[in-house]
Design a binder for this molecule. Structure first.
Ligand SMILES: [Zn+2]
Length: 93
């Protein structure tokens, strides 16, 4: 059977099954080695007040927010892009 990707869209080589995790956006159950992990820094201060406080020299608190996305949501939020046929299938296999 033809195969779109050598890895089948998963990471981890011949590690085997790693269980499922839930997508943070749609709640779908996704294999743990297929999920896309996206983390970003979020300020706890209101954006309008942030500039004032920054100008006065205050140190603002930030928090790291990590979200786990399924492939559909990762494409929707542009974390993953659709690649051409040549770039997704290496010529060596
Ligand atoms: Zn999702």
């Amino acid at each position: 059977m033809t195969k779109k990707r050598k890895s089948g869209g998963r990471s981890g080589g011949n590690r085997g099954n790693k269980g499922n995790q839930q997508c943070s956006n749609c709640g779908r159950q996704v294999p743990a080695d297929k999920i896309k992990k996206v983390s970003r820094w979020v300020s706890l201060v209101d954006p309008s007040m942030r500039k004032e406080l920054r100008d006065s020299g205050a140190i603002l608190p930030r928090r790291k927010v990590t979200s786990l996305l399924c492939i559909s949501c990762a494409i929707h939020f542009k974390q993953v892009k659709i690649r051409s046929k040549d770039s997704r299938k290496p010529k060596s296999w």
